[in-house]
Ligand binder design. Structure first.
Ligand SMILES: Cc1ncc(COP(=O)(O)O)c(C=O)c1O
Length: 370
């Protein structure tokens, strides 16, 4: 049997005629940039996130960069974030002109450890950038408290967590702004790049709208430095077809996650650590990530047996060569470093079959019996 990490083909087949219809509509209208499809998606996703504004942009990385800039982050500022995330989180901070300050993670949820944030605050700190990794929101209450105390902005990197909840609140409700990615593999994925900023703050929303069009306002007059980073009309049209299915897909992901956890406990036992959904959270399982001993050997064995897996992420940001000038060294953020050695994500998508899951877990069991 072959089990891919992700298979988007079944989803496409089920939506194909609707998608082809809307693409034809866009091409026939000749309105390709910031048209009605982008507006509709912005409104729907703002509503879904329980905030006032959605600002579509080129991708999730730009969404973080633009939100930071709109929140006033720039040269000389520091932004506190997690060391255990995709590169874009740290990259966006540097692109905004600021310095990333990396903090260790809570080993249970893989998210930034709020207890380590305050000691990282300095006079230069301007914002906290929690990442809702794998589809589970970070522990927001203490983050909001620290931000209030020190007058900091909170930009939530929710690239992996559209639909996730914290104490009943959505991504974007608790922070200054939150950012989504519509990269094709994401829970709500386009057929190309795309991203969005959501916020309740009128001023920040307006700044984001200006920054994504070269900082142009009025047209051809530039008071701030902006970029060309707009959500494409065709991608928005596709996303408008997919969006009504998102909650159902999240439900299916959660069911697959529960099946994995059940099978792993039964067939493999304590050898693997299964994901924990914190009591007050709604996890949307962008990834189903376990911790295991002999991770790299397990991954090679599964690969030989037709099971794809991924390591998100093998090197924490504080140890990335491009950030070497920041002066971090191995041992500085122990939990992030440990997670980078132990974490492995199993195939996860709403259409994953239970027989595929049984096969994956049987191969994991076989590896540890050897
Ligand atoms: C945590 C995180 N942040 C940011 C991004 C960047 O999003 P994009 O690929 O749309 O630029 C991604 C996804 O790729 C991500 O997983």
């Amino acid at each position: 049997m072959k089990v891919p990490m992700l298979d988007l083909s079944e989803q496409y087949q089920s939506l194909k005629s609707e998608i082809l219809t809307v693409l034809d509509e866009v091409m026939s209208s000749s309105r390709f940039i910031l048209g009605d499809h982008v507006k509709k998606l912005e409104n729907d996703i703002a509503l879904y996130s329980n905030v006032k504004h959605g600002i579509g942009c080129g991708n999730g990385s730009d969404a973080i960069h633009i939100a930071l800039q709109a929140a006033g982050v720039g040269p000389g500022d520091e932004v506190i974030t997690t060391a255990f995330t995709f590169f874009a989180t740290g990259g966006a901070i540097v692109r905004a002109g600021a310095k990333p300050v990396f903090v260790d993670i809570d080993p249970v949820t893989f998210n930034i450890d709020p207890a380590k944030i305050e000691e990282a605050v300095t006079e230069k700190t301007k914002a906290i950038l929690p990442v809702h990794l794998y589809g589970q929101m970070a522990d927001m209450d203490p983050i909001v408290e620290i931000a209030k105390k020190h007058g900091l902005a909170i930009i939530e990197d929710a690239a992996q967590a559209i639909g996730a909840k914290y104490k009943g609140k959505s991504v974007g409700e608790l922070g200054t702004a939150a950012t989504y990615s519509f990269f094709p593999t994401k829970n709500l994925g386009a057929y190309g790049d795309g991203g969005m900023i959501v916020t309740n703050d009128d001023e920040i929303a307006e700044k984001c709208r200006v920054i994504r069009v070269h900082g142009s306002k009025p047209k051809y007059y530039h008071h701030v430095l902006g970029y060309n980073s707009r959500l494409d009309e065709m991608q928005a049209a596709i996303l408008n077809v997919k969006f009504p299915h998102l909650d159902e897909w999240s439900k299916l992901r959660r069911e697959r996650a529960a099946t994995y956890t059940h099978l792993l406990k039964e067939m493999v036992g304590d050898m693997v650590v299964t994901p924990v959904e914190a009591e007050d959270r709604y996890h949307v399982f962008h990834q189903y990530t376990i911790r295991v001993p002999k991770r790299d050997e397990l991954q090679a064995f599964l690969n030989e047996n037709g099971v794809a897996t991924m390591v998100y992420y093998p090197l924490p940001l504080h140890l990335q060569p491009v950030f070497k000038d920041l002066g971090y060294k191995e041992g500085d953020l122990k939990e992030a470093e440990k997670a980078a050695k132990e974490a492995v994500s199993l195939p996860m998508f709403p259409e994953l079959k239970v027989e595929q899951q049984e096969y994956v877990v049987s191969k994991i069991a076989e590896f540890y019996k050897k």
